[in-house]
Write a protein that binds this ligand. Structure first.
Ligand code: GCU
Ligand code: CA
Length: 134
């Protein structure tokens, strides 16, 4: 099982900034994306291949901010319901198919609000490694 925090190996790009202005995050902070449809975060991991439970830890003080998690042209929808306020964090987990070897995982906002604040991503299982982004 691998958890990737902001600015760690495997954390690749973000449309937004890394901040720490709400409590309850893990690591050194969290990602606050731009409030725009298509605002995204990408990660890169190296796996044996198969189905993996992918958890996104997030806070959403607004209304639901759905997003598409895509890898290898397979899309999985995350609902990202409100958590009530920006300091209350929750995990949303879905099973995602990943190919053997390196996979770029992109989380892309479906609404004009952008993504919720994102603390970390966790990919469950054995043999999951962070990959170099380049
Ligand atoms: C507030 C909040 C931010 C959040 C933003 C948003 O400004 O402080 O942490 O990212 O709302 O609506 O996305
Ligand atoms: Ca934001």
């Amino acid at each position: 099982t691998l958890t990737i925090q902001e600015s760690e190996k495997g954390f690749c790009t973000v449309n937004g900034e890394i901040v720490n202005n709400h409590e309850g995050y893990s690591g050194t902070g969290f990602v606050d994306t731009a409030n725009a449809e298509g605002a995204s975060i990408t990660w890169k991991v190296d796996v044996d291949g198969g189905n993996y439970d992918v958890s996104v830890r997030f806070a959403n003080g607004s209304t639901a901010r759905g997003a598409t998690l895509s890898s290898n042209e397979i899309n999985t929808t995350y609902g990202f319901a409100t958590t009530g306020d920006w300091a209350t964090w929750a995990d949303e987990t879905h099973t995602v198919s990943l190919a053997a070897g390196e996979n770029t995982i992109q989380l892309s906002a479906l609404t004009a609000g952008g993504l919720p604040n994102v603390d970390a991503i966790t990919i469950a299982g054995a043999g999951v490694l962070a990959a170099d982004c380049a």
